[in-house]
Design a protein around this ligand. Structure first.
Ligand code: PMP
Length: 453
């Protein structure tokens, strides 16, 4: 693969110097970071100005579902820029209408109306607003071990420890434990037990909160950032039933799991569940231009037929972002990318990762589906003590940092979150690339093994 620019360390140094002087990075201690200066990217790879090339096992932040610089999507953005680079949301614009049509055709059930946003957190904010106005109720329930975004409401709904510093303890958020057998909140020993207990716990929580006060339950169909915990069979169907029983809106957050990641268009398809609202972003256009949204059921959409929906964004359904979505969805169809994700998952990633787990004492559990996998790294397989503590930083985090450095040294960019590494490459990663990445993980896990007891 030929880089688009001649790697030149002097340019890289200038890019880095300006970054360090003026860019305030997200989720970072500004004085402790050393961001890589990226010179270019193509397909499943990116490279720096020193000529180092990396296989991207992160898909950016799990968004480049069709890889970097797909020529058809790049061309569609260029064409749209030449035709109509921007237009306000209150007009019917070809790229926007077509993106909405293509998305609605693929979302489950009657989720046929699309409210566009610029990303995932805004989609969550607006899903909650829709649910509250539709039901006339105010409380929203969300799971511990979840991530829903970093804006005010979305971070309060988030259950992972990154919430702690920003949580305003917003009135009306009720958290519950979703199923996770490996670290069960219910002391379960089987998937069936975990499923039944998690559903009872959810229903008990609703009973004591007052069913008539709860507008929505929001769940990631497969929780992503918090650890790719594929739900046990029957759980989501059970939540759907509970929501129906109490008139609660079910919001499935598919910002990370949507658009091919799980080997289906949406994870909801895998579990045969149709939510009332579904949030999406990231993979909808592979992140080439910021875009997200909420897919809305016919019943909820009807609430706002004669009564205005009080919410909107200046750049809602931006034509460049929508043109990128139209091109991305067409590329995914034409190139069979959703099936490719399922195929690579079942024939390469799952067997490859299970083989690594069998050979490395630092791997406690392998979970996932499609191109959406997590390795839970532990000090001891017996005690399941995480390899690093929750929210570890500095020296506490060094075992994971050593693992990460070993991946990078051998040309794989890993996704690391607390004691886990997530294997989340583009949905169209080739078999050879996936195997190349697994071989590097194998070596890097030997480094993690040194920290086991
Ligand atoms: N929901 C989920 C499930 C996510 O994974 C994310 C982002 N990782 C968000 C919401 C927030 O999306 P954004 O960063 O685009 O605001």
């Amino acid at each position: 693969m030929t880089p688009h620019v001649d790697p030149d360390p002097r340019t890289g140094a200038a890019v880095k110097a300006a970054d360090r002087a003026h860019v305030f990075h997200s989720w970072s201690a500004q004085g402790l970071i050393d961001p890589l200066a990226v010179a270019g990217a193509e397909g499943s790879y990116f490279w720096d100005y020193d000529g180092n090339r990396y296989l991207d096992f992160t898909s950016g932040l799990v968004f480049t579902n069709i890889g970097y610089q797909h020529p058809k999507v790049v061309a569609a953005i260029q064409e749209q820029a030449g035709k109509l680079a921007t237009f306000a949301p209150a007009f019917a614009v070809e790229a926007r209408s077509e993106a909405a049509r293509l998305i609605a055709e693929r979302t489950p059930g009657d989720l046929d109306k699309i409210f566009f946003t610029n990303g995932g957190a805004e989609a969550v904010e607006n899903a909650v607003r829709l649910a509250r106005l539709h039901t006339g109720r105010h409380k929203v329930m969300s799971a511990y071990r979840s991530y829903h975004g970093a804006t005010a409401q979305a971070i309060n709904l988030t259950g992972d420890p990154r919430r702690w510093a920003s949580d305003t303890g917003s009135a009306g958020v009720v958290r519950f434990w979703a199923p996770f057998l490996y670290r069960s909140a219910f002391y379960s020993t089987t998937e069936a037990e975990e499923c039944a207990r998690a559903l009872t716990h959810l229903e008990d929580t609703i009973a004591f909160e007052g069913p008539g006060t709860i507008a929505a339950i929001i769940l990631e169909t497969v929780p992503g950032t918090a650890g790719i915990m594929t739900p046990p069979p029957g759980y989501l169907a059970g939540v759907r039933e509970i929501c129906d029983r109490y008139g609660i809106v079910l919001v499935l957050d598919e910002v990370m799991s949507g658009f091919g990641r799980t080997g289906a268009w949406f994870a909801a398809d895998l579990y045969g569940v149709t939510p009332d609202l579904m949030t999406f972003a990231k993979g909808v256009n592979s992140g080439y231009v910021p875009l997200g949204g909420v897919a809305i059921s016919a019943e909820i959409a009807a609430t706002f037929d004669k009564r205005p929906f009080p919410g909107g964004l200046t750049y809602s359904g931006h034509p460049l972002a929508c043109a990128a979505a139209v091109a991305t969805i067409n590329v995914m169809e034409d190139e069979g990318i959703v099936d490719q994700a399922a195929h690579i998952g079942s024939t390469v990633l799952e067997p490859g990762l299970r083989d690594l787990a069998a050979r490395h004492p630092s791997v406690g559990e392998v979970r996932g589906t499609g191109v959406f996998w997590a390795l839970e790294l532990v000090k001891s397989q017996e005690t399941r003590e995480p390899l690093v503590p929750y929210n570890a930083s500095g020296a506490d985090a060094s075992p994971m940092a050593a693992f990460g450095a070993a991946c990078k040294k051998n040309g794989v960019w890993p996704f690391i979150n607390m004691n886990r590494t997530h294997v989340v490459p583009p949905c169209n990663i080739t078999e050879a690339e996936a195997k190349e990445g697994l071989a590097v993980l194998d070596e890097a896990l030997s480094v993690a093994d040194e920290y086991t007891v």
